[in-house]
Design a binder for this molecule. Structure first.
Ligand code: NAD
Ligand code: TYD
Length: 353
């Protein structure tokens, strides 16, 4: 079996779905169930008994140790993190705690568990660390895309804490021989995405008739990857990745924020037209920029294409179509995440903009 940290979150939850579409191997999800974790995301697999959920903090070494001893996984896939840049600006402490101290705790307990394995079990064990392209900092419009050798230059507390965790993973391979793999992926989107992030926020605000808050001039560029393509990349790196290596994951889908928002608006115009012929784009509102806002991210995926043979299945057009339709159809999940705590966050981040 495999152990997944953060498996009740956006990417981890999609990963659980993806895993069971290609394998029967059981999964244990270790998740603290912060505001971003939602058991409903993986409810079908919990009900079927193929996945088990252990509510625990990766910083709690005793809990992590107990789960490793109890379930004896052949791999640990580490998705758990504080993941939202704007939250890291308002309160960086949790990011240092979970992303750096938590990754350290998980590495220490995994190292102890792996060291006690023998023979084939030890040789086959893997620790796969899920990271982000944001560790490389910001590109100008003409800079080449991020490769695995681009120097780290994180600009937000979020990306700095992820960079710290990447360095720890690297050090545990070099120093202790822990069989690690790291993936650095670009922006994901798709089902079960918590609506504090750009794409789900815009879909839900549009449907609610609320302003669509575009930061700064809306010209910032992100390299969007459909979440199931990322999940497939992780499966393939787990299977075929070279130990100690890092792999950049991206689908060559660079889009300006304003174009992402207008694409969503036009999809909604077609799928859920507003009364009287009004258009969703009329709700777009430019608001104060994010402090330290990275201008452009772009991934050079040639290493994962060459060594692993991975390629994305979705284009931005096909992925955004599926995503908008999913948000139109899954009101139960949406209602479950738009709790009081969500409304508090919306006030914290947007009221003063
Ligand atoms: P998310 O915020 O949706 O989910 C994070 C999950 O981790 C939640 O289920 C949460 O409850 C859990 N968690 C948080 N702190 C924890 C702790 N201390 N102990 C145990 N569980 C804890 O994040 P996501 O978007 O699914 O991102 C998953 C991983 O992928 C992160 O490591 C992130 O840095 C990375 N990543 C995300 C993106 C993206 O676009 N979302 C892109 C590249 C890489
Ligand atoms: P986000 O989804 O938070 O991802 P990240 O900051 O990790 O790339 O934001 C994506 C882009 O959208 C980023 O350039 C910031 C911008 N953005 C807005 O313009 N308005 C918003 O309300 C949000 C949440 C993001």
């Amino acid at each position: 079996m495999i152990l997944i940290t953060g498996g009740a979150g956006f990417i981890g939850g999609n990963f659980v779905h993806h895993w069971f579409s290609r394998s029967d191997e059981p999964v244990v999800v270790l998740d603290k169930l912060t505001y971003a974790g939602n058991p409903l995301t993986i409810a079908a697999h919990l009900k079927s008994g193929r996945a088990t959920l252990a509510k625990a903090d990766i910083c709690d070494r005793e809990a992590v140790r107990g789960l490793l001893q109890q379930h004896r996984p052949r791999a640990v896939l580490h998705f758990a993190a504080e993941s939202h840049v704007d939250r890291s600006i308002h309160g960086p402490g949790e990011f240092i705690q979970t992303n750096m101290v938590g990754t350290f705790s998980l590495l220490e307990e995994t190292r102890a568990y792996w060291s006690a394995l023998a023979g084939d079990e030890k040789a086959a064990f893997r620790f796969l660390h899920v990271s982000t392209d944001e560790v490389y900092g910001s590109l100008s419009e003409t800079d080449p895309a991020f490769s695995e050798t681009t120097p780290y230059a994180p600009n937000s507390p979020y990306s700095a804490s992820k960079a710290g965790s990447d360095h720890l993973v690297r050090a545990y391979h070099h120093t202790y021989g822990l069989p690690t793999l790291t993936t650095n992926c670009s922006n994901n989107y798709g089902p079960y995405h918590f609506p504090e992030k750009l794409i789900p926020l815009m879909i839900l605000n549009a449907l609610d008739g609320k302003p669509l808050p575009v930061y700064g001039d809306g010209q910032n560029i992100r390299d969007w990857l459909y979440v199931r393509d990322h999940c497939e990349a992780i499966c393939q790196v787990l299977q075929k990745g070279r130990l100690g290596e890092t792999y950049n994951v991206g689908g060559k889908n660079e889009v300006k924020n304003i174009d992402v928002v207008t694409t969503i608006c036009r999809k909604l115009d077609a799928l859920r037209p507003k009364a009287g012929g009004a258009r969703y784009e009329e709700q777009i509102t430019y608001v104060a920029d994010r402090p330290g806002h990275d201008r452009r991210y772009a991934i050079d995926p040639r290493k994962i294409e060459r060594e692993i043979g991975w390629r994305p299945a979705e284009t931005f057009d096909s992925g955004i179509d599926q995503t908008v339709r999913w948000y139109l159809e899954n009101t139960e999940w949406i209602d479950s995440v738009r709790t009081g705590a969500y409304r508090d966050w919306m006030d914290t981040n947007y009221a003063a903009r």
